[in-house]
Design a protein around this ligand. Structure first.
Ligand SMILES: *Cc1c(COP(=O)(O)O)cnc(C)c1O
Length: 375
């Protein structure tokens, strides 16, 4: 059996370091924010090559507070993609603003930068590109359009810790960037966690105040804030894991290269790393016309796979009030019917990887053979 992800293997590999870090917090009893979170913020900012990082209790909270810090509110529009995790759009709605979707590029699955300009209106306050599956969006044209229109860019970097765009780290390019430390992400806590990174001290200050009940001084509330603080234990765990992230990223990239060699002959589309990108393969997404049959065949061979994402946000029941219908974003809609994620994680062994690749090859051959006989 090969799972899509194996968090137990990761724990076993660094158990003594993690156990010591957690016990240290238990003994010091600094459970909310505190010195471990402060140290993690410094180390994570350095990793991203941003001036500041603000630790938060989830990636969703990071998106919410980044949007609020940018002044996004009721009546405003924020441009993003319909092919992403629902949190991207949900956070926009939390502020009272409206998500305005732009279709994706069929090869990178990231925002189609040629369609952004047409979506801008006098109400547009921000562009929220998503660095999907571990590959940065094409940031240069996005920044250029945003500067020309005087709007803010917030990167959704929840899937791309350590990724690069033209040699610059994801999370250091926009006005702000949002990371998630959900356990399954490339850098994951043992619970919920997130962060905003920014080079702008004003945004950083606003977010620090908003995450802690809108107060700088205890029991004095200057603005209406939230309880979005990162926990001490998560900060300590993230400090340990951050030290391993670069090695883990290199392993993910090596696994992706190996998959590309082994799957070269299959009638499927492999992930494309843009020439500008250091792709960190949070998800290894292939594309197949017979996706659902391929998935069934893989499962028969005990290979687990995933679908990110089966339904674009504009066709989700919860977002019907945005009044988009089927056909609004054809590239995203087609991707939803064809994408399939194969197991990828640093601890994936060479034998497991070959098992997955063999199963994909056999399944593709079987499906092709059956469709020939049916024709
Ligand atoms: C995981 C994720 C989020 C939300 O992060 P949480 O920590 O789960 O709240 C936001 N955007 C994208 C693209 C994600 O993958």
């Amino acid at each position: 059996m090969v799972p899509l992800l194996d968090l137990k293997a990761q724990y076993q590999a660094i158990k003594s370091e993690l156990d010591a870090a957690v016990i240290h917090v238990l003994e010091n009893a600094q459970f909310i924010l505190g010195p471990e979170v402060a140290a993690f913020e410094k180390e994570f900012a350095a990793h991203v090559d941003a001036r500041e990082a603000i630790g938060l209790n989830s990636g969703t909270s990071a998106l919410h507070l980044a949007l609020l810090a940018a002044g996004v509110g009721p009546g405003d529009e924020v441009i993003t993609v319909p092919f992403t995790f629902v949190a991207t759009a949900a956070a926009i709605v939390y502020t009272g603003a409206t998500p305005v979707f732009v279709d994706i590029d069929p090869v990178t699955y990231n925002i189609d930068v040629t369609q952004i300009e047409a979506a801008i209106t006098p109400r547009t306050r921000a562009i929220l590109p998503v660095h999907l599956f571990g590959q940065p969006a094409d940031m240069d044209p996005i920044m250029e359009i945003a500067r020309r229109h005087g709007i803010v860019v917030i990167e959704d970097a929840a899937q791309s810790h350590g990724a690069e765009y033209k040699g610059r780290r994801a999370g250091s390019i926009g006005d702000m960037a949002c990371f998630s430390f959900y356990p399954a992400k490339n850098l994951g806590a043992c619970g919920e966690g997130g962060a905003v990174t920014t080079n702008n001290p004003d945004y950083a200050k606003k977010i620090r105040i908003l995450r802690d009940w809108g107060s700088e001084k205890k029991y004095v509330h200057d603005v209406k804030g939230y309880n979005y603080r990162l926990e001490g234990i998560q900060g300590a765990i993230l400090r340990v894991k951050l030290r391993h992230l670069e090695d883990w990223t290199n392993l993910r990239r090596a696994h992706a290269d190996r998959y590309a060699q082994l799957l070269a002959g299959c009638p499927i589309q492999l992930p494309h790393a843009a020439s500008y990108a250091r792709h960190v393969y949070h998800v290894y997404t292939i594309r197949a016309a017979n996706r659902d049959r391929l998935r069934d065949e893989l499962l028969k061979r005990d290979i687990h796979s995933g679908i990110h994402y089966p339904i674009p946000i504009h066709l989700q029941p919860a977002y019907a009030d945005l009044n988009y219908g089927p056909g609004s974003f054809p590239v995203a809609e087609q991707a939803c019917t064809e994408v399939l994620a194969l197991p990828i994680y640093p601890e994936l062994t060479g034998a497991q990887l070959c098992e997955v690749a063999d199963a994909v090859s056999q399944s593709c051959a079987l499906i092709a053979d059956q469709s020939v006989r049916m024709a």
